[in-house]
Design a protein around this ligand. Structure first.
Ligand SMILES: [Zn+2]
Length: 162
């Protein structure tokens, strides 16, 4: 059986207590311990240019979590961080990634002490987002999911009119 033909859909009840994902080479494993990941919309899509760069895609799927609920294992010591100073606010974003395969893992910002911004692309399933940020910068062909709040720029800032 080809790898691509493996079962693609996951039974969400498997993740009722926690959700675990790993980077491409398997060195870094991230577990989020939370019982409400799939009981309501969670997390957010970020359309900022920097998040797009590190996601390698049209949008980044992020989830802000209390650090105490996040368990990161760095088996081979490959977790590195990049201090991203090219931000709108000038406040650095510390972007963590696997230095072997380049997999984005999480971000941290001084404005959110005690929080980890998990890059959800490494997870087997991504919860339905509740909001998107930097919507003013999103691609015209990108259709957000229903009932997602659209902030023009920063999360909790001004909303889009549409
Ligand atoms: Zn890796």
């Amino acid at each position: 059986m080809a790898a691509g033909s493996r079962k693609a859909r996951h039974d969400l009840s498997t993740f009722k207590d926690s959700l675990t994902g790993s980077c491409l080479c398997g060195s870094i494993t991230v577990t989020i311990n939370d019982t409400e990941l799939f009981t309501k919309p969670r997390g957010h899509l970020c359309h900022c240019a920097n998040c797009r760069k590190v996601s390698g895609s049209v949008v980044s799927a992020n989830l802000i979590m209390d650090e105490e609920k996040v368990d990161i294992k760095d088996r081979d010591g490959t977790l590195k961080s990049y201090e991203d100073k090219a931000t709108n606010s000038g406040n650095p974003v510390y972007r963590y990634f696997c230095s072997v395969d380049g997999n984005p893992v999480m971000s941290k910002v001084d404005m959110l002490p005690g929080k980890a911004i998990i890059k959800m692309g490494m997870m087997p399933v991504i919860p339905t987002p509740e909001m998107e940020s930097f919507a003013a910068h999103k691609h015209s062909w990108f259709n957000k999911p229903d009932n997602v709040l659209s902030y023009k720029i920063l999360r909790t800032g001004e909303l889009m009119d549409d």
